[in-house]
Design a protein. Sequence first.
Length: 257
Amino acid sequence: MTVSGLSYSFAGGPVLFDKLDFSVQAGEFVALLAPSGAGKTTLFRLLAGLVKPDAGEIRLGGSSESQSPGQKRRIGYMPQRDCLMSWRNVLDNAALGLELSGVPRQEARRRVRELLPSFGLEGTEQKRPHELSGGMRQRVSFLRSLLSGGDPLLLDEPFSALDAMTRASMQEWLLQIWEQHRKTVLFITHDVDEALLLSDRVLVAATSPISSLQQVAVGLQRPRDYSAVLEPSFIQLKRQILEQLGRTPVIKEGAGQ
Ligand SMILES: Nc1ncnc2c1ncn2[C@@H]1O[C@H](COP(=O)(O)OP(=O)(O)OP(=O)(O)O)[C@@H](O)[C@H]1O
């Protein structure tokens, strides 16, 4: 996916993007680190073709797949809130994306059943959303987005509503599941640790409007688990990003030793 010269402002509202350029390579996991209110929901709407930019171009895949501005694109989207349907069970909630793209219901259910164990959802087929934990609901939501087949997969702060422990286990789980599927992912978050732990590259939006993104390559070894947050190189990268965000840590090297 390549975004070039993207500009957007709401009529009579703030300028959100000003000649923004960035790209995500096929099979890459990129985290976009942006503060709340910076325009991430609007960015997703622009990328999905639901909103027309004032200027610029968005290309998915190869150059031949360029779409005209405003044309809807087949991207996967997992919103901040799980948006599960209360009247559908796990099986049918997860199968929804497939069904909407024309896959017959029985086939859609078969594909969901195949993946339920690796999503930690075995035995929950008949359960309704209110019978699930927050983490389980997010896994159903992610399974639905993954199966819908859109590429890239846009994840909009998917774990922000979870408590700290569930969040950490969901991050570890996502690392494992990504290893298996290697989808192209753009993950938006305002959490520096989450961005570094999950991604190959962090794009830091430190300006308002967002006109450029500072890039940080995350060279941490894969497969990763949560213990990566303790590695010296992780802490060094975190310091670098906090500086880019103007949040220089007050603790100096060697303090507390
Ligand atoms: N329809 C609209 N008209 C005018 N301004 C809008 C409109 N929708 C959003 N905005 C403003 O644009 C900015 C970005 O909104 P957006 O919802 O994209 O941000 P966000 O980063 O997703 O926010 P949050 O993290 O709080 O969900 C906000 O300042 C918001 O008030």
